[in-house]
Design a protein around this ligand. Sequence first.
Ligand code: NAP
Length: 343
Amino acid sequence: MKKGCPYGTHRVISPKGVLPQPADVIDNTMEIYDNEVLIDVKTLNIDSASFTEIERRAGGDIEEIKKTMMGIVEKAGKHKNPWTGSGGMLIGTVKEVGPAYKGDLKAGDKIATLVSLSLTPLVIEEIHEVRPDIDQVDITGQAILFQSGIYAKIPDDMPEGLALSALDVAGAPAQTAKLVKPGDTVVVIGGGGKSGLLCLYEAKKRAGVTGKVICIGGSPKSTNRAKDLELADEYFAFDATDAVGIYNRIMELTDGQLADIVINCVNIENTEMASILACKDGGTVYFFSMATSFTKAALGAEGVGKDVNMIVGNGYTKGHAEITLQVLRECEPLRKLFAEMYA
Ligand code: NAP
């Protein structure tokens, strides 16, 4: 059996010398190296931005979506969307574990991979069902997990689809749990969306009775979703591309103090300045949104003379899967909502 690099560089075909994620083409032969794990794939959870783009190009036609997805994997050996550069994640069952693999996986374990599909060697034999409303696609196929690839075992106490949808955004509530301290004022922008709802729950739990959590939704519908579950102290719907409008509302709601922590969970561009203006000097802005521009955030903060810490939305933080699944166990109404919306 051939020896593999922990990061999977042994599978990079082109360009040579790069890691599997930025590579254009990787080797997706399903014969494992000594430190790899082979997975029988059941469902792909395509990244929201990626699926939206594929669906748009396919004019919403399911057969076209299937053809596009098959084409991407045939060409690249992985599901890296050529237009958005993003991937997603998968669930499946471990079929084989290489003898040199260090970890606690064994054949038969049900897992969700928590590394991007944009770097995961993948073969799709057949696409059975496309569920456009939740970006999930059921397939027959196989994938490879590298030694460095993180994963979560699918818990027995919740449906797979529910676990998968929450794990997709696991970095956000886990990072929130680490950032928010008792007494903090926290603003969650996009608070009525999937990651936003989980962040609100964690923020309220960590800020405690002396803290204040403010939910900004993109529309009355998503704002009410959070309100019905009583996940925050204040709620309002507002367009987060209107930075000054958001600033004025947050000034009012905080008696001119602004927020200690601002968490950006939107799925659209140009919301950097609303996040920065809502935050007090010395506070922290956590950009979970993939639509965030580093340039706009950095130059924008400088332009308004704001001394805030800005965190790039790393999808991984230690314990993120456990923290996220725990939110669904602790909060029955949120679990019910997630089951209805995403499972
Ligand atoms: P989601 O469920 O679609 O939520 C996005 C929310 O943004 C929606 O509730 C939407 O509100 C709100 N929104 C849209 N336009 C807005 C506006 N102009 N003003 C205020 N709010 C607005 O998405 P998600 O799954 O939580 O993902 C959120 C973001 O995280 C995406 O950008 C995704 O790519 C990113 N993400 C990052 C990672 C990572 O590792 N960093 C991992 C997964 C996902 P309405 O529904 O009312 O329009």
